[in-house]
Design a protein around this ligand. Sequence first.
Ligand SMILES: [Zn+2]
Length: 495
Amino acid sequence: MARIAIGGFQHETNTFAPSQADYAAFEAGGGWPGVQYGDSLFAAVEGANIPAAGAIQALRAQGHTLVASAWAAASPSAHVTTDAFERITGEMIRRLQQARPLDAVYLDLHGAMVVESFDDGEGELLRRVREAVGPRVPVVASLDLHANVTRAMVERADALVAYRTYPHVDMAETGARAGRLLHQILASGKRPEGGFHQLDYLTGIPSQCSFIEPCKGIYEELGRLEQRSGALLSFTPGFPMADFADCGMAVFGYGAPAAVAELRGVVADAEKDFAMELHAAPDAVRRAKSRGAPGMPVVLADTQDNPGAGGNGDTTGLLKALLEQKAEDAVLGMLIDPASARKAHEAGQGSTVVFSLGGMSRIPGDAPLAGEFTVERLGDGRFTCTGPMFKGFRMTLGNMALLRSRAAPGVRVVLASRKCQAADQEMFRTLGVEPRASRIVALKSSVHFRADFGPIAKEVLVVKSPGPALADPAEFKWTKLRKGVRLRPLGPVHA
Ligand SMILES: [Zn+2]
């Protein structure tokens, strides 16, 4: 049986976002386990919906011996600092060298990392891993569905395997698929023939959800193509917020290059179907007020401040609309505001205090929101998620508080101190709020919330409020993107 190194380094970089990912951001993890070196990696990911956990399980089931190198993830944000990249990659490479002789390497990567000092984070990481283990040792990586895949990544890895669901309910499953492919490569001694194509249009992340068309149909077609051809295929709609040449959609696969080309055609043909309706905050609140009911809430997705796409979770546009229209039975979460959460803890449960909420990131069009709020409940931010996507994730979100507006008593706000996307109902239940009992649930999330909140939602409205994670990629000021790419489906061409 083989000796296989396990590692991982996940970051989704929104180069237009306000904050960078430094080493401390990887230590904090943003909902993921913090930085792990060596054997602690195994316990840190065990039982969670994390790619490495699935790969570890699949490879152990084949009897392989696993050696942990380094694993790290942080909340999506602007660039990874050079310091963080060098420290984490340096430790990974040092441990790979120490662990030699190795028969193979599995890596748990995101695929959309941009580093301060260079653009293709994973391309550079894979170059160094390849250099450390030599050309003959198979290297297989799993990738997020939001990977911006580059030719360098494809060439430096033996195989790349991406998620097929957004919300990402199949992270561990994808790791397992990558693990099984790695086992096959080792058992057969053969490397599968690869294919790779980039598409020439971008689409905003709200339209990439695999529960709805066109992605639902594309992934179904991907499955049919695999059955027909025997290939292992991936389609990555990409992360359209990283200003570098290779940003955008790609298809790739192994075992049947013709099937990869066919999948490329399927995605090209779906371009017009990616267009999506977005709502201004006041309109969305008006509609939600008339349609939501306790037991059947309308869910509002504050997509452009999604901490899962580089937002800091602190803009107040949607909250302002809820307050101005005096919404009833409405709850918004999570507003990431450590100073206000601390203030709530200092004031104590039951007290009424003037807060200045959010607005710290100075996003154009956004400002702190001042008002009197009653502190209804306090929490320490420690809980385990239960929804289909974040199942098993052990959260440490710092001081949390539930506030109720004095001026609009039907509106409550969940505060947290550390950045994390509101995609699991436990983020509310930890403060005694049962989301289903509300009329309106407003979430700092783009799509991931649909896994846990979709089943309780009467309807979902995607809201366009201030934030750095623009839903329409054509609104970003692109400077490095390759020429000829349409900046939205059927939209203007980047020249
Ligand atoms: Zn993703």
